[in-house]
Write a protein that binds this ligand. Sequence first.
Ligand code: 5GP
Length: 161
Amino acid sequence: APAREVLTWERFGEVTRELARDIWDSGYRPDIIVSVARGGLLPAGAIAYALDLKSMLVLNVEFYTGIGVTLKDPRLVEPSGDVRGMAGKKVLIVDDVADSGRTLRFVKELCEEYATEIRVAVLYEKSRSVLKPDYAYLHTDSWIAFPWSDKDPVNGGQAEA
Ligand code: 5GP
């Protein structure tokens, strides 16, 4: 089996803190955080607290259906936050990983229709990503096990995906 990169809860706490510090130190002052669900939910929450920012917009994006298996293109799925909520604002897009980068490219293009300024922050960046994040703390080309999704669901995975 290919090597896996494991992120622990403890390391997650450290990394989101360091990312927030990098964002702050760069001088960027976002008005709103756009969280890409579901992978970006926990990173976005942690970074929002660290930046003392309360304005959150959740975009519900679907792309992967399994490990390495994707839909043809990323797409917004309902219910999703109202993209008009970022009109005229400085946006920080937060996700877990830029892998192919196609999800983040899709989200960034969507935000460009409304936001005045956009930057992207991720925990992990992979070298093949078509989108270069403005802030990335960790780098790998392995499949990453995140602490929120590395265990089977408690229903034994019975719900429809
Ligand atoms: P991308 O569009 O950059 O290929 O990836 C989109 C989403 O797929 C990521 O936000 C993440 O939720 C999921 N994903 C991509 N690569 C990995 C990975 O290595 N591990 C896990 N657990 N999820 C991934």
